[in-house]
Design a protein around this ligand. Structure first.
Ligand SMILES: Cc1cc2nc3c(=O)[nH]c(=O)nc-3n(C[C@H](O)[C@H](O)[C@H](O)COP(=O)(O)OP(=O)(O)OC[C@H]3O[C@@H](n4cnc5c(N)ncnc54)[C@H](O)[C@@H]3O)c2cc1C
Length: 287
C-alpha cells in the first residue's frame, strides 16, 4: 500500500517548522510516524504536506525536576520508559509505557505524538488525564498551555488547532504518600487494550485514604477520569470503588468485546490497580 502524494518539509528549527505548518493548511506533523504512516498507507489520511520534525534538535528533550517530567515532542516512548530519573519523579509513566505496542514501535513512536493522535485506546492520554498534566502548543501566533481535561475532544481529535505543534507535555510529580499503578488487558501483549486503568491513591498523615483517582482507556471516546475518593472511603474499600466504576461507565461493544464484558473487565482492572496503588502509597509513606 502506498500513500497519496504529499509535500514534504524537513525543518531544522522550531521556527521553521511553525512557518512550514502555517504555510500549508491541512499539513500534518510527522513525529515517530507509527500512527501517521499506516494512516497514509491505508489512505485514511491525505494531508497536502508533512512537516517532519525529526531534525528539530530542541524538541528532543526530557526534563525531570521536582515539579514533574516535561517530555519534548521528539522524546521517544523508549527513552521515557527507560529513564530512571523520570521514574523516580513520576513512576506511572514508565509503568504505562511498557504496555504501549511493542519495543520496536516504542523505539520510534513519541509520547507527545501519542497525545496529539488522541486515540482513546492509547495509554499516554489516560495517564496525562489522571495526573492532570498539560500540553504546550506553539504556532506562528504564539504559545499556549492546554490542560489535559480540555485537550482530548473525541476519538483522534485533540484541541490542537490548525498550524499548531505540540512542543511538549508535562506530567506532574507524584506527591508524598501517593502511589500509582497501571493495569490493562489486551488480546495479545502489545495490542491496544480492551480496557485499561491508571490509578492514583493518596494518603493523609494518619495513613487514611485521602484521594483516589482513576483514568480509563478503551471504554469512552476520550480518556475518562473518575474521582473515586468517596466510593473508596478512608480505609480503601477497593471492591466498592470498583462497583462504583462499573455503575459510572458506559462502554461500547466492538468486534473484540461486548459492553457487559468490558464493564466487568474494567471493574476487575480498577480494583487491581487501586489495590496496588494503595500498597505503593503505604510503602512510600513508611519510607
Ligand atoms: C502495530 C502498532 C501497535 C500500536 N499499539 C499501540 C498501543 O498499544 N498503545 C498506544 O498508545 N499506541 C500504540 N501504537 C501507536 C504508537 O504508540 C504511536 O507511536 C503513537 O500513537 C503516535 O506517536 P508517533 O510519534 O509515532 O506519531 P505520528 O505517527 O508521527 O503522528 C500521529 C499523529 O499525531 C500528530 N502529531 C505527532 N506529533 C505531533 C506534534 N508534536 N504536534 C502536533 N501533532 C503531532 C501527527 O500529525 C499525526 O496526526 C501502535 C502503533 C502500531 C504501528
Amino acid at each position: 500500500m502506498k500513500p497519496p502524494p504529499f509535500g514534504y518539509h524537513a525543518p531544522r528549527t522550531l521556527g521553521e517548522a511553525l512557518d512550514a505548518l502555517a504555510a500549508t493548511p491541512g499539513g500534518k506533523v510527522l513525529a515517530g510516524g507509527q500512527s501517521l504512516i499506516p494512516l497514509l498507507n491505508m489512505r485514511l489520511a491525505a494531508p497536502p504536506a508533512l512537516v517532519d520534525v525529526n531534525r528539530v534538535a530542541e524538541l528532543d528533550a526530557l526534563h525531570v525536576g521536582d515539579q514533574g517530567v516535561r517530555i519534548g515532542a521528539l522524546a521517544r516512548h523508549a527513552r521515557v520508559e527507560r529513564s530512571a530519573e523520570a521514574a523516580a519523579v513520576q513512576p506511572l509513566l514508565g509503568r504505562a509505557l511498557r504496555h504501549v505496542a511493542h519495543p520496536v514501535i516504542r523505539n520510534r513512536g513519541t509520547v507527545v505524538g501519542s497525545l496529539a493522535h488522541a486515540d482513546p485506546a492509547a495509554e499516554m492520554p489516560a495517564v496525562l488525564a489522571v495526573l492532570g498534566g498539560t500540553v504546550e502548543a506553539a504556532s506562528v501566533r504564539g504559545r499556549r498551555t492546554i490542560a489535559a481535561e480540555a485537550f482530548f475532544l473525541g476519538p483522534l481529535e485533540s484541541a490542537l488547532e490548525p498550524g499548531e505543534l505540540a512542543v511538549s507535555a508535562f506530567f506532574p510529580a507524584a506527591p508524598p504518600r501517593t502511589g500509582s499503578a497501571f493495569a490493562e488487558t489486551a488480546r495479545r501483549h502489545g495490542d491496544y487494550a480492551l480496557s485499561g486503568v491508571a490509578a492514583v491513591v493518596g494518603l493523609d498523615e494518619d495513613l487514611r485514604v485521602a484521594s483516589v483517582r482513576a483514568g480509563f482507556l478503551g471504554i469512552a471516546p476520550v480518556p475518562l477520569v473518575l474521582d473515586l475518593t468517596g466510593a473508596a472511603g478512608s480505609r480503601g474499600d477497593w471492591a466498592a470503588a470498583a462497583a462504583h466504576v462499573r455503575e459510572r461507565i458506559d462502554p461500547e461493544p466492538d468486534i473484540h468485546a461486548g459492553a457487559a464484558y468490558r464493564r466487568h473487565l474494567t471493574g476487575v482492572l480498577a480494583e487491581r490497580a487501586l489495590n496496588a496503588a494503595a500498597a505503593e502509597a503505604l510503602r512510600r509513606a513508611e519510607d
